[in-house]
Design a binder for this molecule. Structure first.
Ligand SMILES: [Ca+2]
Ligand SMILES: [Ca+2]
Length: 145
């Protein structure tokens, strides 16, 4: 749980963005490679494309920051997913939290984000954890039940 982009490089990139205001999607991945992420090119492209909201092939600074945070979340998720099956089991989460949670706390934490109720956290549920406020998640869950 210690993946982070070097802040110095991010601020260099910020200046570049502010000077140009937009960067083409095809120029993004070399930039990101310089920052030292560990994603596969294909995963990167998926993230870039989903961040180019209006599909004009241009990435604004705002969209770029969005890409960075998605990459960071993906890296964190991958670090937690020690058996690499794409799903976080309760024990993987427990280890990721440094074994600080009691079983009861762990169960509560999982329940709060486990939208499909399988007792495990998939990537979408994990993203929700960071992107939606807690009360929205509860609401989503109760309307599904
Ligand atoms: Ca797993
Ligand atoms: Ca789940």
């Amino acid at each position: 749980m210690n993946f982070q982009f070097p802040s110095e490089q991010v601020s260099v990139m910020k200046e570049a963005f502010l000077a140009m205001s937009f960067i083409h999607t095809q120029d993004i991945s070399p930039l990101l490679n310089q920052l030292g992420h560990k994603l596969k090119e294909k995963e990167l492209q998926t993230i870039i494309q989903s961040s180019d909201v209006n599909s004009d092939g241009l990435i604004s600074y705002q969209e770029f920051m969005d890409i960075l945070s998605r990459i960071t979340m993906k890296e964190v998720f991958r670090e937690l997913d020690t058996d690499g099956n794409g799903i976080l089991s309760p024990s993987e989460i427990k280890v990721g939290m440094g074994d600080k949670l009691s079983d009861r706390q762990l169960e509560k934490a999982i329940k709060a984000v486990d939208l499909d109720g399988d007792g495990q956290i998939n990537y979408e549920e994990f993203i929700d954890l960071f992107t939606k406020p807690l009360n929205t998640r509860r609401k989503t869950k109760s309307t599904r039940l």
